[in-house]
Design a protein around this ligand. Structure first.
Ligand code: GCB
Length: 606
């Protein structure tokens, strides 16, 4: 029995016993009947980009291919400029289906391939995908039911200036390969496309309505009468049945009411196990499992509110990176990273792209909120002005919401990081379209944007009007900023107050603050451990005097790889590694870890 099915079964057994079970393992949510296709694959670098011409998708020989373990970043540990630039590599995996039943269909789901993927099965093209951080699923046809099947993936990690994140400018290493898990999905007649379980607490939390929408595709060659039933915690529900024609997709919807719900919050992250069963012609053909949480997140009078109470969180930036593996981390690595964030007392996680399913599930269970961002990262104005770039960004936003909206941990949808500080018409159009799209797809969450925090860039009130939350990336006292305007940390308090006056109705969050530290040395020297300690004490001390601030995020918890010549503002840098971390890549806590821990322990979350 696959692990996912075992966990689902345990959750059901616990449900029957009336217990709210929280599974111990990461990555248990999603359609049942899926098996991981991780583990040993063959890999071949294609430095001359000759693979397509030589039809490597059909090659039988293993000459030139080496064994790797997927998830895999083929450039892990390689600090060269060529490694950062990226290139082409091929992966291949031979596998047998878990069942030879001719009535079943199968698909393959990739959680993350950076950046362009083309996929073949048994020599036939099955599809492609662009973008590194969102899952994609491709149907598999021409399968050998009883024999060996060969899956081949060509990965091209060279990014263009119009890609997201753009070309070589990225603020983190361009890890190349199949970076997250691969799943083989069993499909019997009906395939789950989108599942939405959206609880909305009402009447001060004394009751909640839960909206359920299940999008199914009829993959059989005849029309089917389709029905869906399920359980939300101890409560049963049924969606209105409908008939789906062969090959067609459609949504079934319904809702239920929960009286006296136990609300989800960082302090008590109550989860309701949700189990959904799809039937075709009365026969159960598929299941879907997730873990829901009932809580409300709103911006009221310039303040983020969780369950009706003002939020004042302290959080950390966190890349899903492990030294020696790049972003190709496993469940145990994710648990260790997230545990380190919990240990310092963080209640929010942020990174510049959607986290993996595993991190979302850990955050749900551990009561961490996620600032969920898409990699619209420092995109140059001339590219934001291109409608095709904006359309791609909106598509990523749509896919992020579809993939991650069932997680109670998701605090808001962030549409970009550090676009130009003086929004031109192209950027304004993007902000308006993105905010409208996110609000219409998910009216229950605020929409945010992180901006570079400079006094001269304040009061973009019209351009930022459609947003609910503004993140201020604060490097006062670290970088000099344009014309030295943030060189002196004494300007921070005044800047924050000025920001409050400019954006009265928006919730304001310090979405980044941080200082590099890679050595012992005098307190006044940038880059020393002592300087970093003094820096965090000063910054967190200023934040503590701003009761209207909805939160602050230290950037970042752990050191990580940025780019070949990364300096990060340190006069004695250690490229390519970012050293603003409070924990080194070898898991050593720097002295400032204690300072941040002490401040975070003092700050009330709600
Ligand atoms: C920023 C970026 C972040 C960088 C940071 C830095 O504003 O958003 O990705 O890591 O500055 O260290 O300069």
């Amino acid at each position: 029995m696959p692990a996912r099915v075992i966990v689902a079964t345990l959750a059901l057994m616990a449900l029957a016993a009336g217990v709210l079970a929280v599974p111990a393992a990461a990555d248990t949510d999603g359609p049942t009947g899926s098996t991981r296709l991780d583990g040993t694959w063959l890999f071949r670098r294609d430095t001359g980009d000759v693979g397509l011409h030589q039809r490597w998708q059909r090659s039988r020989s293993t000459a030139g291919w080496t064994r790797v373990s997927v998830p895999n970043a083929w450039n892990a540990g390689d600090p060269s400029p060529a490694s950062f630039r990226g290139g082409v590599g091929w992966y291949r995996k031979d596998f047998r289906l878990p069942s030879a039943d001719p009535g079943l269909d199968w698909s393959v789901r990739f959680d993350s391939v950076n950046y362009r993927a083309r996929v073949w099965l048994n020599g036939q093209r099955v599809g492609s995908n662009t973008g590194g951080y969102l899952p994609f699923e491709l149907p598999l046809s021409r399968l050998s039911r009883g024999g060996v099947n060969r899956l081949v993936v060509r990965v091209n990690s060279l990014r263009k200036p119009t890609d997201l994140p753009p070309g070589t400018a990225g603020g983190w290493w361009n890890w190349s390969g199949i970076l997250r898990d691969v799943h083989l999905q069993r499909i019997d007649t009906l395939a789950f496309r989108d599942v939405l379980v959206r609880p909305v607490p009402r009447a001060r939390g004394s009751v909640a309505s839960v909206q359920v929408r299940v999008d199914l595709a009829n993959v059989s060659d005849s029309a089917q009468r389709v029905s869906v039933s399920g359980r939300f915690g101890g409560h049963g529900f049924r969606l209105s049945p409908r008939t789906l024609k062969a090959g067609k997709q459609g949504a079934l919807t319904g809702s239920l009411r929960i009286r006296h719900p136990r609300l989800w919050s960082p302090r008590s992250p109550t989860l309701y196990p949700v189990q959904i069963t799809a039937r075709a012609g009365g026969r159960a053909v598929g299941g879907y499992v997730l873990h829901s949480g009932i809580r409300s997140i709103k911006v009221v009078k310039g303040r983020l509110m969780l369950n009706g109470r003002p939020l004042s969180f302290r959080g950390v930036g966190l890349h899903e990176e492990i030294e020696g593996k790049g972003f190709a981390v496993d469940d145990a690595d994710r648990r260790r990273l997230v545990a380190e964030a919990k240990a310092i007392g963080a209640t929010v996680l942020r990174v510049h792209y959607p986290y993996s399913e595993g991190v979302h599930e850990l955050a749900d269970r551990l009561g961490l909120l996620i600032w969920s961002e898409i990699p619209v990262y420092q995109v140059h104005t001339k590219y934001m002005d291109e409608p095709a770039v904006r359309a791609n960004a909106l598509d990523m936003l749509r896919r992020n919401i579809a993939a991650n909206q069932n997680h109670p941990s998701v605090l808001l949808w962030s549409i970009a990081n550090e676009l130009s500080s003086f929004p031109d018409p192209g950027q304004r159009a993007y902000i308006a379209d993105a905010a409208q799209l996110a609000h219409s797809l998910d009216p229950t969450r605020p929409v945010g944007l992180a901006v570079a925090g400079y006094p001269a860039a304040l009061c973009q009130a019209t351009a930022y009007e459609p947003l609910d939350v503004l993140g201020l990336n604060d490097y006062f006292g670290w970088y000099a900023g344009p014309s030295g305007q943030i060189f002196d940390r004494l300007g921070l308090s005044h800047y924050l107050d000025a920001a409050r006056r400019c954006y009265r109705r928006k919730a304001l969050v310090v979405s980044e603050f941080g200082a590099e530290a890679n050595r012992a040395g005098p307190i006044e020297e940038k880059g020393t451990f002592a300087f970093q300690q003094d820096f965090v004490d000063y910054q967190l001390g200023v934040f503590a005097t701003k009761p209207w601030l909805s939160g602050a995020i230290y950037w970042a918890l752990m050191d990580f790889w940025v780019k070949p010549n990364w300096r990060g503002g340190d006069p004695r840098p250690s490229p390519p590694v970012f050293r603003k971390g409070l924990v080194t890549q070898e898991w050593v806590r720097k002295p400032a870890w204690q300072n941040v821990h002490a401040w975070f322990a003092r700050a009330p979350v709600l």
